[in-house]
Write a protein that binds this ligand. Sequence first.
Ligand code: SF4
Length: 340
Amino acid sequence: MEWYRAHHRYLPWKQTGDPYKIWLSEIILQQTRVEQGEPYYLRFTERFPTVQDLAAAPLDEVLRLWQGLGYYSRARHLHSTAQQIVAEYGGRFPRSREALLKLKGIGAYTAAAIASFAFNEAVPAIDGNGYRILSRVFGMDEPVDTGAGKKLFAELAEELIPPAHPGDFNQALMDFGSLVCTPAKPLCADCPLSAGCYAFAHKSTGKFPVKSKRTAIRTRYFYYLFIRHKNSVFIRKRTEKDIWQGLYEFPLIETTGRVPTGKLVTNEKWAALFGDAPWKICRISGEIKHQLTHQTLYATFYTIDISKISPALQTGYLNISSSMLDSYSLPRLVTIFLEK
Ligand code: SF4
């Protein structure tokens, strides 16, 4: 706490006691680092200053503002939880962790963060930073990604949290973990906790926190067809329960492995898409590697000109002016291609 008073970071969401803004910041920060998250927070609070504004907005607009953060189901939950708060709670956030947990899409960590920051409830909010610091200082080798491990860490944090300043304690863990007790190369030499730190004494900071398992990463190969007809292009909305639900993309051929350049035209999905209509490949991009939380995507974009629209393109896709692409919510991978 002493360290926090002297070194805490100035961040816009720390200056507010508004549970709506605290909630917004927590959801954004689950997606990205503070530096990248701050402009998103400012954009969201400017466009939707209250939970009522967010609830009343069309989902497409929320997704567009979220664009670039990834994991779009979080944005959809954000929107539907805002609607629930307006419809069932008259637009007022419940004031305790227990009551907050009853809201859709608000988990244990976020509920504790809102309760402690906005309502001064003495409940610990332990994120990755908190687990790292506590496991290193106390030498706790219980995995942090199991129910039993989480319970032990929560019990320890409940003993430590000062009842008069729970919000500061939780913020202190976050800031200290981001600035001093970092995942790689923690600044132990300058650390005010080093005298009592187990990991420092045992030269074992790299061993903490312990995790029980690594989530398997799935590899996928995407071949996007950027099909141009006069000044228009073709897109469709992803509706499957998969990544990017609700976002728009170009016609896609997904394959189980890498397809050699030019061989894609023999794929049956290619034939189904174009039928007898003639096409001309104008450009094939280099492969773009795109990392999501549990998936690695390898994407290649084919730029194709057509003079006639095939029945499959006519019925299954939106044909929009290419200048209108900006007004659709697109996955970051697609905007990377467009920027290039
Ligand atoms: S001494 Fe090192 S490992 Fe221990 S709390 Fe400080 S920064 Fe973290």
